[in-house]
Design a protein around this ligand. Structure first.
Ligand code: SAH
Length: 414
């Protein structure tokens, strides 16, 4: 096996060196949208939408507020401030918004109080389960008809929920189903939080396969559903507070079990590093060279590969939390051995032990240019990273048979 020796960032190499472990000729497939038109600017660049369209916002909900703000709001309504704790306990500890279950509140005015503090935010449209029941995908309709989804996954010793942070997404990545219709709007803090509370309810009702123990709930959250979380910074930050704040102010979860994943909005990554919530940080890199990444992740036209990796490294330096690099392996597009080597080089240049790479086979659309890498190619990619001392774990594609990844269900329903 000869090692691949691409010297620079912009090797327009269409063939691997003969003697590569996996085939001697490796084509270079370029990203392009298939079956839909990618919105472009007058200069021909993919459109990036950073700001949410100005549309009507969902009604205010208890989970939008801190405990202090809840008490203040109740006071304004003429309700004693201590009721904030009671209402919060019902929601964040018992996952209920049913006035009948709130016998610690006076009967008179209870229904009105509950209606004011807990307006329904998520209406279940559909729920899909894998055959063995360890994965549930929820499709939710928001108050204005927008559709979002969350995916609940049971693993030994943990339960992970993949949440959405925006209805649609403005980042226009050509391989992602969510990007195709653009950004509808930012989700509110409570709309984000309510996905977790709804999942906890489903778990408590025994709907996620056989329980490991009695008081099970969501232990891990990943912001890998619809949307770009760092483009909805304020509301996502408030949602993170609700997740980690101790009960009854919030859910009392551990920050390290919460992963914020981004295309690489560099200023927002820097800001996140300065917050006092050391969540796990994930960068969706998908290519180590600007030439490919400019097309694969359009935001790369704004912040380049090296800037994004620098910001990730800074996140590690400030928080001490090892960061993740997401890398969807796409056949003949970004899975060339030289790209594994270049990625390893760029990561090792910054230091050792600060980063972990998560390759994930692309959620495949067979026959399209967007197809998962072949197994030996994926293995070679991982082997090269490991050989260079970069820890690397192949992620599973849980829920493939229920389109459990990447906006496909919501897209199919529109
Ligand atoms: N906007 C954020 C979070 C949402 S997407 C981000 O980009 O990180 C969560 C992850 O799923 C990202 O790494 C994204 O690149 C990846 N993804 C999107 N479509 C995919 C597909 N078809 N197959 C595999 N991964 C995909």
């Amino acid at each position: 096996m000869t090692s691949s020796t691409s010297p620079s960032d912009a090797p327009d190499r269409t063939r691997a060196k003969s003697g590569d472990a996996v085939g001697s000729a490796r084509p270079q497939v370029r990203p392009t949208a298939e079956g839909w038109e990618q919105a472009r600017t007058s200069e021909g660049r993919p459109v990036l939408q950073f700001a949410s369209p100005r549309v009507k916002q969902p009604p205010a909900h208890l989970a939008d507020l801190t405990l202090e703000e809840r008490a203040a709001k109740l006071k304004e309504m003429g309700v004693p401030a201590f009721r904030a704790k009671q209402l919060s306990t019902h929601y964040f500890q018992h996952w209920t918004t049913d006035p009948a279950a709130m016998s610690d509140l006076p009967k008179a005015g209870r229904e009105e109080l509950v209606a004011e503090m807990f307006p329904p935010l998520l209406t279940e449209v559909r729920r899909l389960r894998t055959d063995n029941g360890d994965t549930i995908k929820f499709l939710w309709r928001l108050f204005d008809g927008a559709l979002v989804e969350s995916v609940l996954m049971r693993y030994p010793g943990r339960i992970t929920l993949c949440v959405s942070s925006q209805a649609g997404c403005g980042m226009n990545c050509p391989f992602c189903a969510t990007g195709q219709a653009g950004l509808t709007r930012n989700m509110s803090t409570a709309e984000i939080v309510d996905q977790v509370v709804a999942a906890n309810r489903a778990i408590a009702a025994g709907e996620l396969g056989p329980k490991e123990h009695d008081d099970e709930r969501v232990t891990n959250i990943v912001f890998m559903g619809m949307g770009e979380p760092l483009a909805n910074y304020k509301r996502v930050m408030a949602a993170l507070h609700r997740f980690v704040d101790p009960s009854p102010e919030g859910l009392g979860m551990s920050a390290r079990n919460i992963t914020v994943s981004t295309v690489g909005l560099v200023p927002a990554i820097r800001k996140l590093a300065d917050e006092e919530i050391p969540v796990t940080f994930a960068l969706s890199l998908h290519a180590p060279d600007d030439k490919l990444r400019d097309e694969l992740i359009p935001v790369n036209n704004r912040w380049k590969v090296d800037e994004a990796i620098d910001a990730a490294y800074e996140y590690y330096r400030k928080t001490g939390r090892r960061v993740s690099i997401e890398y969807a392996l796409i056949k003949d597009m970004n899975d060339h051995p030289w790209r594994a080597d270049l990625l390893a080089k760029k990561l090792n240049q910054r230091g050792r032990g600060w980063v972990h790479v998560n390759p994930i086979p692309l959620n495949p659309t067979p026959g399209s240019i967007w197809t998962a890498s072949e197994k030996p190619v994926a293995q070679e990619f991982i082997a090269r990273l490991r050989a260079a001392g970069v820890p690397c774990t192949l992620r599973d594609t849980r829920g493939k048979e229920i389109d459990g990844a990447c906006g496909q269900l919501a897209a199919a329903d529109e």
